[in-house]
Design a protein around this ligand. Structure first.
Ligand code: FMN
Length: 284
């Protein structure tokens, strides 16, 4: 099991030593044009997790490719570039200009911008034509049937899935006004874990694709739960804001919890989490 960061939760150029603890570094989502993002306040803590409405603030494709990517390459960590846009051509154009990286993660699920007009499958199909690099589709658990979306992006040529993005949410201040200037944002942190585990489980069963699981992972035990539900790799997001040493800690805890449960590797945990429903289907 590889440990990555969740997109947008680590600035590798500002914190290269944290990035070097990872098996691969995932960039903040890059869009064709520079974006300032949403007006402040755009981050809030709630009793249930963190709320953000960053709004995909990023320097834009040209600046990222010319300035950021070469410097990220010097870190010596395999790179994944998170690609965003507002139509299939936006995504495909960025994909066609990426080389010398390990994978592309297509952000098909940002809750803080208006959604792309094209469907997730149309975007993946356009990107598939534009690049031979490995393509991971990052999906939202807000869809009523995330497994159906997973099947559609798999048919369109995705090599893997990243699950899950934040979920749209609102927090109010003492005077009952929304805390975030945008009104709503994306909820992340421990509250997401049960939702993410379910999404990983049904998408693994629906597609058999490799999955990077994320959503509230803060310990080795959490990471193993994702493996048990079918994730091949995991990503750390919100936990990195509170504990920059989380990648090394989670890796050590994962080894210890595997030993406790008597599983040789996280992959061996997959069979432990089969729900009675899955078992029935497997044996039918
Ligand atoms: C401050 C912040 C910024 C984020 N920016 C992005 C982003 O640019 N692209 C993306 O795909 N996901 C973004 N996410 C979502 C995370 O990558 C991840 O899917 C989500 O936070 C769930 O993981 P967690 O609960 O471990 O944080 C962001 C999350 C946070 C908290």
């Amino acid at each position: 099991m590889r440990i990555l960061n969740a997109s947008g939760c680590l600035d590798a150029l500002a914190a290269p030593d944290i990035a070097r603890q990872l098996d691969a570094f995932v960039t903040k989502t890059v869009t064709p044009l520079p974006r300032e993002g949403s007006a402040p306040p755009r981050i809030a803590e709630t009793a249930h997790g963190m709320l953000n409405a960053i709004g995909l603030a990023n320097p834009g494709r040209d600046h990222f490719l010319a300035e950021h990517l070469p410097r990220l390459g010097e870190l010596g960590v395999p790179l994944w570039v998170s690609v965003g846009g507002f139509c299939a051509d936006d995504y495909a154009e960025t994909c066609s200009r990426l080389t010398d990286i390990e994978a592309i993660e297509l952000n098909l699920s940002c809750p803080n911008v208006d959604e792309a007009a094209d469907s997730a499958a149309e975007i993946v199909a356009a990107c598939r034509h534009a690049t031979e690099l490995s393509l991971y589709a990052k999906l939202s658990a807000a869809h009523p049937d995330v497994a159906e979306v997973a099947r559609a992006v798999a048919a369109a040529g995705a090599d893997g899935l990243s699950l899950i993005n934040t979920l749209r949410a609102t927090a109010l201040d003492k005077r009952l006004r929304p805390v975030l200037a945008r009104g709503s944002g994306g909820l992340s942190g421990p509250a997401l874990k049960p939702i993410a585990l379910h999404a990983v489980s049904v998408c693994a069963e629906a597609t058999g694709l490799p999955i990077v699981g994320m959503g509230g992972i803060g310990s080795g035990r959490d990471a193993l739960e994702f493996a048990a539900c079918g994730a091949r790799d995991i990503a750390l997001g919100t936990v990195l804001f509170a504990d920059p040493g989380a990648p090394a800690r989670v890796r050590a805890e994962l080894a210890a919890v595997c030993a406790d449960l008597g599983v040789a590797t996280p992959d061996d945990a997959t069979c432990l989490a089969k729900s009675p429903e899955t078992e029935r289907k497997v044996h039918a």
